[in-house]
Design a protein around this ligand. Structure first.
Ligand SMILES: *Cc1c(COP(=O)(O)O)cnc(C)c1O
Length: 316
C-alpha cells in the first residue's frame, strides 16, 4: 500500500471526488468533435443521439432506486430536487391541505425551503429526533392531521449518519392520506433504496455524493395522479413540464454512470466499509477520553462524543 498524500480528505459527506470512469464518460459530450448537441433538438440526428444518452442515464438512475425511468426529473442537484419536492408539491396540492411535516435536522435544502413555505402561508410541524438522530414512526403519527399534505424526512442524515426507517415513516404518512418525500442524497450506495418496497412518493438524489459530478441531481416523482408537482423553473417545458432548461448531457451521463457503478459495486463496497468501520471502532477502544457511555446518560455531550455515539447507534 502506498503512503497517502497529505492532507487526507475525510469529508465525503460534503462531497466525494468523481470516479475516473465517470469523468471519462462525461468527456464524450462537450466538444465540437463529440456529441455536444441539445438533447431537446428534435430535428436532427445529433439531437436524437444526445437524447438517447439522457435516456440511458435516466434508466441507470431509475434502476438504482427501483423506479421507472419516466419517474426521474433531472435537476441541478439535491438542493433543487428538495425545493421542487416541497414547494412544487405543496403549491400543486393546496386542496389536500396546507400542512407539512418535516424535522429540525433535515439538510438546509429542506429546512430553509420549509421556512420559505411558512412565509407563503403553509403550516409546518418540526419534529425533533431522539438522541439517536432518528425520527420514530410514533412521533410522526402523533403530529399527523387531516390537512397534512406532505411529510418530508431524510433517509440518512448528512451530519450524524443516522438512518431513518423510511418505509415505516412513509406508511404512517400514507395512513393519513399524505404523500411522503425523502432526501436520499446520502443514502445512495449506503442503504438499499427501493421506491416501490419503501412506498416513496418523492425522492431527492444528488450526483456528487455517489462519486458523480456536482451540479446535477434528480427528483423521483411517483407516476400517480395524486403525486403532482408544480414547476419552479419555467421555460421550454422540459422534463414533462416539471423542470425547464437545456439538459446538461455530460452531467447527466456522469450521474447515470456513477449510479450504475454504485449498483455494480454495492455489495463489495459495503463489505469493505463495514470492515473499516469495525477497524475504526476497535482502534478507538482504549483511547483516552472515549468512553462507552449510553447516550441517555450524556448530559452535555461534546460534539465529538455526541457525533460518535450517534453514529455508532445509527441503525434505528
Ligand atoms: C449534499 C446534500 C444535499 C445537497 O445536494 P446538492 O446536490 O449539493 O444540491 C441535500 N441533502 C443532503 C442530505 C445532502 O447531503
Amino acid at each position: 500500500m502506498t503512503t497517502p498524500t497529505l492532507p487526507i480528505y475525510l469529508d465525503y459527506a460534503a462531497t466525494a471526488p468523481a470516479d475516473a470512469r465517470v469523468v471519462e464518460v462525461m468527456q464524450r459530450y462537450l466538444t465540437v468533435d463529440q456529441l455536444f448537441a441539445n438533447p431537446a433538438s428534435r430535428s436532427h440526428m445529433l439531437g436524437w443521439q444526445a437524447e438517447q444518452v439522457i435516456e440511458q442515464a435516466r434508466r441507470q438512475v431509475a434502476d438504482a432506486i427501483g423506479a421507472d425511468p419516466r419517474e426521474i426529473v433531472w435537476t441541478s442537484g439535491a438542493t433543487e430536487a428538495d425545493n421542487l419536492a416541497l414547494i412544487g408539491f405543496m403549491r400543486a396540492n393546496r386542496e389536500r391541505g396546507l400542512h407539512l411535516v418535516t424535522s429540525t435536522i433535515e439538510h438546509k435544502a429542506v429546512v430553509d425551503t420549509a421556512h420559505a413555505l411558512e412565509q407563503e402561508g403553509f403550516e409546518v410541524t418540526w419534529l425533533t429526533p431522539g438522541r439517536d438522530g432518528c425520527i420514530q414512526p410514533e412521533q410522526l403519527r402523533a403530529v399527523m392531521r387531516d390537512d397534512t399534505a406532505l411529510v418530508s424526512l431524510m433517509a440518512v442524515n448528512n451530519e450524524l449518519g443516522s438512518i431513518n426507517d423510511i418505509a415505516a415513516l412513509a406508511a404512517v404518512a400514507h395512513e393519513f392520506g399524505a404523500a411522503f418525500h425523502t432526501d436520499a442524497a446520502q443514502a445512495v450506495g449506503r442503504i438499499p433504496l427501493d421506491v416501490v418496497a419503501q412506498q416513496i412518493d418523492l425522492m431527492s438524489l444528488s450526483g456528487h455524493k455517489t462519486y458523480g459530478p456536482k451540479g446535477v441531481g434528480a427528483l423521483y416523482v411517483k407516476r400517480h395522479p395524486d403525486i403532482r408537482v408544480e414547476a419552479l423553473i419555467h421555460g421550454g417545458g422540459h422534463e414533462r413540464g416539471m423542470r425547464s432548461g437545456t439538459l446538461p448531457t455530460h452531467q447527466i451521463a456522469g450521474m447515470g454512470e456513477a449510479f450504475a457503478l454504485m449498483q455494480q459495486q454495492y455489495d463489495a463496497d459495503n463489505a469493505h466499509i463495514t470492515h473499516l468501520q469495525q477497524r475504526f471502532l476497535d482502534g478507538l477502544e482504549g483511547v483516552e477520553g472515549i468512553l462507552p457511555i449510553p447516550l441517555s446518560t450524556v448530559l452535555f455531550p461534546t460534539f465529538s462524543t455526541w457525533r460518535l455515539k450517534a453514529w455508532m447507534e445509527s441503525r434505528c
